[in-house]
Design a binder for this molecule. Structure first.
Ligand code: MN
Length: 406
């Protein structure tokens, strides 16, 4: 092999809408055959059979319309989709990016450039990125095409190969004593002073987020959870309170209220290096996980089926905050949409966020935020057993703005 050929490595997120743009060649067809399944490819050449002459009037639009229609069907089912066309105009590239966004998947462009026309018609990586393509790969010669390597990368939320058994723990909000008690009840060995815990039975904890704010021992909770995640004993998704702390630590101007004032006060006694660790920890958290062959989803505020296992800014926000009606109740709090009422998904969704007097299981969902910091209890749901274990709050640490839901 010629050592001077640059080997392009193409990393494709497993849920991508890929546009293959550029001249057909035997190398290009070889790359397609080698790396994609036949059903993943939507080729312009195939759909152009729908019109008499692709260059006649709006014929091209008709071809692309049919192609998008097929793409939508695949994206709805969370299937990687490849659009293969020699030339894709700006308006169609825009449509492709919009389609990817709508279905919360990554728009990716792979450009096959012809050396002889590079100067007149070269697609610049930067300009395609500006158009919204998340990743742009440029293959400049037939050699580069034939040496390119396509790898599929799993999304961070894809933990389908992790089967548990799990102990999923609700909103902690700085209730460290209750957390340690609960872990012990769940048969974990807890070293309170060293901030370590592990399961002799090989179980795994999943925290639904909202580790901090309002409670008495936010730093202790962070220390234990961070060590458990680091040692592989636990997973933790980001709650809205954790996200707010993250933004504050990054220097954003956030409103210091709803218990964040307590977290910051407690944090002011900690070392710079610890605060740096917290920042890194929060930056490494994602909004939801899909476990056990897709049968279990954990998200702080829950997540509709069609958003599970996908990745976008909007999904992150929805998983952290849930949907609201846009109105406020007479306590001045936003009214949250009861998403679980309309949930008929296959995955069992475990979440927190809305404190209740007791665990609420409905339509294959479970809300396990039982308001420990408000004097309720800290709850764990064992999976797959669906057994509830809890630890009663030792005090009312914070007065709720409204009574807990029954
Ligand atoms: Mn909460």
């Amino acid at each position: 092999m010629d050592g001077s050929v640059y080997k392009v490595q193409i990393d494709l997120p497993e849920l991508s809408l890929v546009a293959l743009i550029g001249r057909d060649s035997s190398e290009k067809s070889h790359l397609i055959k080698k790396n994609f399944k036949e059903e993943e490819i939507l080729a312009f050449d195939y759909f152009k059979g729908l019109v008499d002459d692709e260059n006649d009037g709006t014929a091209k639009d008709t071809v692309f319309e049919a192609l998008y229609h097929a793409a939508i069907k695949r994206l709805e089912e969370a299937k990687l989709t490849v659009i293969d066309a020699e030339y894709i105009q700006q308006k169609d590239r825009k449509n492709i990016v919009a389609l990817a966004k709508k279905y919360h998947c990554f728009p990716v462009a792979i450009i096959f450039n012809e050396p002889e026309v590079i100067n007149e018609k070269k697609y610049e990586i930067r300009s395609l990125e500006k158009e919204g393509f998340r990743y742009v790969y440029l293959l400049n010669s037939e050699e580069e095409v034939s040496h390119a390597e396509v790898l599929r990368t799993k999304l961070y939320n894809n933990k389908k190969d992790i089967h548990g058994p799990f102990d999923i723990i609700g909103d902690i909000h700085g209730c460290y004593d209750e957390l340690c008690e609960l872990l012990e009840k769940l048969d974990y060995v807890v070293e309170q002073e060293a901030y370590r815990a592990y399961s002799p039975k090989g179980r795994t904890v999943v925290f639904v987020g909202d580790l901090v704010d309002r409670g008495p021992k936010n730093m202790e909770v962070l220390k234990l959870v961070m060590s458990m995640v680091k040692s592989g004993v636990a997973y933790c998704v980001l709650g809205n309170h954790d996200g707010k702390l993250q933004r504050k630590l990054k220097g954003s101007n956030v409103q210091v209220a709803h218990g964040l004032e307590k977290t910051l006060e407690q944090m002011s006694h900690e070392s710079e290096s610890f605060i740096e660790e917290v920042k890194l920890f929060l930056d490494g958290r994602i909004s939801h996980y899909v476990f056990d062959d897709g049968k279990l989803v954990v998200a702080h505020a829950g997540l509709k089926e069609k958003l599970q296992g996908r990745g976008s800014r909007r999904i992150r926000d929805l998983a952290m905050f849930g949907e609201t009606t846009g109105e406020k109740d007479h306590f001045g709090l936003p009214i949250r949409l009861n998403w679980s009422k309309a949930y008929y998904g296959k995955a069992f969704v475990v979440y927190g966020h809305t404190p209740r007097e007791s665990v609420k299981i409905a339509n294959n969902t479970a809300n396990i935020d039982t308001g420990c910091v408000f004097g309720g209890k800290l709850t764990a749901l064992r999976y797959p057993e669906k057994e509830i274990v809890d630890a009663k709050a030792k005090a009312i640490y914070y007065e709720p703005a409204r009574p807990l839901l029954k």
